[in-house]
Design a protein around this ligand. Structure first.
Ligand code: ADP
Length: 740
């Protein structure tokens, strides 16, 4: 310390006042870190301190006599001139300003300068300006601004594709003279390249540069390599050796030379460990040579861009998923609605018209159903969101009925039985599909964007096709939509098949009913005469005392009675079908009818004991013969289906408005699955493992119909193996349905 202090005291042993003099001040000015210029009223340099050389590249001698404003950047000239003239107006004032100057090496430098008006100072009589270089600070500020601008822009772009173009706009010229930003898609293929150049005319050149480089495998740097390696690149000084590998490509060399690349850096865009793109920065100015610092900054920027791109992608993916889920829900809803329509009618025309209407606009902007007929392919239904276009669409199909041999469209689907799926229909597709100019014009008016055609496969044959088209909505079909359409088509085909089967069954039933009706009529006459002859013979034999023969004939008569009943039942079925079953109503005593019928049935079954419990307190209203028929049916069934049991219980009770009769047996019972069907015509429970019981399956059908038409109900409660209880109600007053 002592030595150092000693040295200082050695140098400054004279007091300041004694050292003052021109030499002293000159030295002060010349050694000053700031540069100082003295300007006359016109702005001509009268004096420039030596620091000028360091700051501007010009020596003091080179500057003296020149206009200082010649060195000012054109963009700052107006402001500096304004300030100078203000300064001239105000003696003894001082003004500070930031401005750019043109360095002798051609680069632009930022200065902060303070001008002082010393015109009135008799020792100076000039404008004195001292200034220093603030380029570094300015660069830091500018980069911060660039980062802020980029993050603002990126932050506002979550729900939309961020425009790489905008980023390229802010990189040039602050950070580069030209730049490229490339983004990869999910398959690691370049999805988009954005390019910018300070000179807009050179943008195409920069694009061409990538095209020339992209397929080369020998390049040591550049966009393609950046994307492959994911490693940043920095070439501060682009020299000829870098271009050595591409000497064989004169076109490429010309582009590189025209662009005049001086310095280059490139950074990958990395998100979640994966390279999703890259940015390249290029300088064509000799003084802008990228440094490691610049590369670090570029990496900061790249991180920001990558993060935003990734977020935007995730957001988009989530949006797409939501949209897809909605679409699937929509599709399912459509399918279930369409299935209802399919089930509702057996008439194809109406069904398909309804389906086409339902499809628009939920699933399609335009939907048609075409079927193969003996007259060729015919459109069965058509629906369009826009009624006006519907007319065009109709015109289109009428004017140009599909050529059955066409290799595309509906004819092809009908021929191959395979769906046609065109998620994106471009104008080229229309041009290829149209048969003439007029058709093309119509197709363009329709503005189709996406289409799918699914075959209606009936018994393995494509007998028709459903076409779904989108236009106005701009929607594009996805494979999920195609699956939905195929599902619909298979349900529709099933409905067509069912309708065929139904019609066939209806026809068969019609033939059967007609046969039954004719046969029973035809049988009735001979049986009636058989009965008469039997009775006559029986009487004759009885008179002659031939008891044996008479008993046989009595049995024959009983069998003829059964046959008559059977034929009667068959006739009843036909009458019910035709609505011709007649009733003769009156008030009658149900107790009496039950007792009589039980007695008759009891006679046929020595094994069972049929007991009657309870009582109906008042007469009922109805057809006594028909109700007797019901009782006979139910009691005969109870006997028939309980061969192992020995008792049958009949109960008579009363409800508020009706009499209630129940007949319970302890026989084979009825499975739950059959209980709903036994009242249907010709329905019989058959089980191959069980004993078969004779019958036609019409007794319960007729009984149910008779009770229903009396305004009552016939129901069953049964358990397999335990027995059954049939129960019917009969209103005391005239049933509402009796007169039907
Ligand atoms: P069927 O002439 O076959 O007896 P029905 O119409 O009277 O015709 O009865 C329909 C079917 O209901 C019968 O085939 C039988 O399977 C079942 N069924 C009717 N009554 C009984 C019963 N009491 N116990 C068990 N099954 C019965």
């Amino acid at each position: 310390m002592a030595t150092k202090a000693g040295k200082i005291s050695k140098r400054s042993d004279k007091p300041i006042s004694l050292r003052q003099g021109e030499q002293f001040f000159r030295s002060l000015i010349e050694k000053s870190f700031d540069a100082i210029v003295v300007l006359d009223l016109q702005g001509k340099v009268q004096y420039a301190s030596p620091s000028t050389q360091r700051l501007l590249g010009y020596s003091a001698e080179e500057l003296v006599g020149r206009y200082a404003f010649d060195l000012i950047h054109p963009d700052d000239l107006e402001q500096t001139l304004g300030l100078f003239s203000n300064l001239l107006q105000a003696p003894d004032t001082r003004l500070t300003i930031e401005f750019r100057v043109l360095h002798k090496d051609g680069s632009i430098r930022w200065m902060e300068g303070t001008g002082t008006n010393l015109l009135d100072d008799p020792n100076v009589e000039a404008i004195v300006a001292n200034y220093h270089d603030i380029s570094e600070r300015k660069q830091a500020e500018e980069r911060q601004r660039l980062l802020n601008e980029a993050s603002n822009m990126l932050a506002s772009s979550l729900d939309q594709q961020i425009t790489l173009h905008e980023i390229a706009q802010i990189i040039v010229p602050t950070l580069a003279d030209y730049c490229r930003i490339a983004v990869l898609d999910d398959n690691q293929q370049i999805k988009e390249i954005s390019v910018n150049h300070i000179d807009p005319e050179k943008i195409t050149l920069v694009r061409a540069l990538y095209e020339q480089y992209k397929d080369r495998t020998d390049t040591t740097h550049g966009l393609q390599r950046l994307l492959e390696t994911g490693k940043p690149e920095l070439i501060s000084n682009v020299s000829g050796s870098i271009l050595a590998p591409v000497q064989d490509n004169p076109e490429l060399l010309t582009i590189v030379h025209t662009l005049g690349l001086q310095s280059y850096m490139g950074v990958p865009l990395i998100a979640r460990g994966k390279t999703i793109g890259a940015i390249t920065f290029s300088s064509v100015q000799p003084h802008r040579r990228y440094t490691t610092n610049d590369l670090l900054f570029a990496q900061d920027l790249a991180r920001l861009v990558a993060l935003t791109l990734d977020n935007a992608r995730l957001y988009q993916k989530a949006q797409d998923e939501i949209a897809e889920r909605r679409q699937i829900e929509n599709n399912l809803l459509f399918l279930s609605e369409a299935s209802k329509i399919l089930a509702a009618s057996l008439d194809h025309q109406t069904t398909f018209a309804n389906i086409a209407r339902l499809a628009v606009p939920h699933i399609a902007d335009w939907c048609s159903v075409d079927m193969r007929t003996e007259h060729g392919i015919q459109q069965l239904a058509l629906a369009h969101v826009d009624p006006e276009k519907m007319q065009w669409a109709q015109e289109l199909s009428q004017k140009n009925p599909p050529d059955p041999n066409a290799r595309s469209g509906i004819p092809n689907v009908l021929r191959t039985g395979k769906p046609a799926f065109n998620p994106d229909i471009s104008d080229d597709v229309l041009v290829a599909a149209a048969r003439d100019e007029e058709e093309l014009a119509l197709m363009r008016i329709l503005g189709i964007t996406s289409a799918m055609i699914v075959p209606l496969l009936v018994r393995g044959n494509a007998s028709g096709a459903i076409t779904f088209v989108t236009a106005e909505s701009g929607r594009h079909y996805t494979p999920a939509d195609l699956s939905m359409a195929e599902e619909l088509a298979s349900r529709a085909a099933l409905a067509i098949e069912n309708a065929h089967l139904y019609t066939e069954a209806q026809n068969a039933i019609g033939i059967r009913d007609e046969f039954i009706s004719i046969a029973s009529h035809e049988l009735r006459t001979p049986i009636t005469s058989l009965k008469v002859y039997t009775q006559v013979l029986q009487k004759q034999f009885a008179k002659r005392g031939e008891e044996n023969l008479s008993r046989f004939l009595a049995k024959m008569d009983a069998q003829l009675n059964k046959l008559t009943l059977l034929i009667g039942d068959l006739l009843n079925v036909t009458k019910i079908e035709l609505g011709q079953l007649a009733f003769h109503e009156e008030a009658f005593d149900l107790n009496e009818l039950v007792t009589e019928t039980v007695e008759q049935i009891q006679m046929t079954t020595p094994k069972h004991t049929i007991s009657i419990g309870g009582n109906i307190p008042q007469p009922v209203w109805g057809d006594v013969d028909r109700i007797g028929q019901v009782l006979t049916n139910l009691l005969s069934n109870a006997v028939k289906y309980s061969p192992q049991a020995d008792s049958i219980i009949v109960r008579l009770t009363s409800e508020q408005d009706s009499a209630v009769v129940s007949i319970q047996d302890f026989g084979i019972g009825i499975d739950r699955e059959h209980q709903g069907n036994i009242f249907n015509r010709f329905y019989r429970v058959s089980n191959p493992e069980e004993k078969t019981y004779p019958g036609l399956g019409i007794g319960l059908y007729i009984s149910h119909e008779i009770i229903k038409r009396h305004g009552g109900d016939l129901t069953v409660v049964s358990e397999k193996g335990k027995g059954s209880l049939f129960r019917f109600t009969l209103p005391y007053t005239r049933g509402t349905r009796l007169t039907l």
